[in-house]
Design a protein around this ligand. Structure first.
Ligand code: ARG
Length: 293
């Protein structure tokens, strides 16, 4: 069942009907209760209580306003005791109205699960719970290829390989496992992003050899945008891509012009306060295939 809305409209020039892609919908959570309260990834070390809530709020609003120009944004309210809830990419993974709710690896984030589950239930989604024994951290570790033919799923620090077959069964889609081997790139969306028009942007050193071969087998060389370490640590791969627009944290001018040469419009938003918790643009949104009902 696909609830995405495809509208039939009329082309002004030709007067012929054509299909308009539905506007993307993204879920975000305001940073009202955001803080770095514990250390569950290398970026948080040395940053406990070191982020400024007012600067975080300003930066989040900048992202919210930028994203709102190209997508609908749904909001979930933050809950006390869940300072990382702002990273909605980890709420779960959604497609065709079905959402697999995350089963967080670290107890520090497990308290978020009921809040996300409730939001999705009230919004009319079909919910699938992933058991505690098989950690799975949602869209942080699972990304559909833009042609929709496969699901790239990271495993290693957070999501367990054993959760992958459940994802395959939910959407009846081939899973391509990618093994994350650098603790700084602990979620797949920190080092890999499928982009429109068949492109991919990724940091090769974050993956083992088998995974790299899988990426290279899927994407021809001219479609691979390879990120070097200096950009990778600025969360360049943590990019929001809607149509030909890419929204991300500050990156080098070299990489930004490379993306532009491939036909992308690059919008950079300062997100320093969120980097202190190990997240940037893409971690702060979750893709939804429909509006809340
Ligand atoms: N502090 C959060 C954590 O370690 C950051 C999550 C970033 N999210 C992401 N999708 N990469 O879980």
């Amino acid at each position: 069942m696909s609830t995405a809305r495809i509208e039939l409209t009329t082309s002004v020039q030709s007067n012929k009907p054509y299909l308009v892609k539905p506007r993307a919908t993204l879920l975000m959570c305001p940073p009202t209760l955001y803080d770095v309260n514990y250390v569950i990834n290398p970026w948080m070390a040395g940053n406990v209580h070191a982020s400024s809530r007012s600067r975080a709020t300003e930066q989040w609003k900048g992202l919210y306003e930028t994203v709102s120009r190209i997508a609908n944004v749904e909001l979930i309210q933050p809950e006390p005791g869940s300072p990382d809830m702002v990273f909605t990419a980890n709420a779960g993974l959604e497609r065709n109205g079905i959402v697999a709710i995350s089963s967080f690896f670290h107890p520090e984030r497990q308290g978020e699960e009921p809040w996300f589950r409730r939001w999705f239930r009230e919004a009319g989604y079909k919910i699938v719970d992933i058991p505690r024994a098989t950690p799975f951290e949602g869209e942080g570790d699972a990304l559909f290829s833009t042609d929709g033919t496969c699901l790239w799923v990271g495993h290693g620090p957070r999501t367990a390989l054993s959760s992958h077959h459940m994802l395959r069964d939910i959407w009846d889609i081939p899973i391509v496992p990618l093994h994350l081997i650098d603790p700084r790139f602990y979620h797949l969306d920190t080092c890999f992003a499928p982009l429109e028009a068949g492109y991919v942007i990724y940091f090769p050193d974050a993956f083992d050899h088998v995974s790299l071969h899988r990426i290279e087998a899927f994407y021809p060389p001219e479609k691979r945008i390879i990120v070097r370490e200096a950009d990778a640590v600025c969360f360049t791969c943590n990019a929001i891509n809607v149509g030909r627009t890419i929204i991300l944290n500050r990156i080098s001018s070299k990489l930004s012009s490379e993306l532009e040469q491939h036909g992308f419009k690059v919008i950079q938003v300062e997100l320093t306060e969120f980097l202190k918790a190990g997240g940037a643009a893409k971690c702060l949104v979750m893709k939804l295939s429909k509006h809340a009902s």
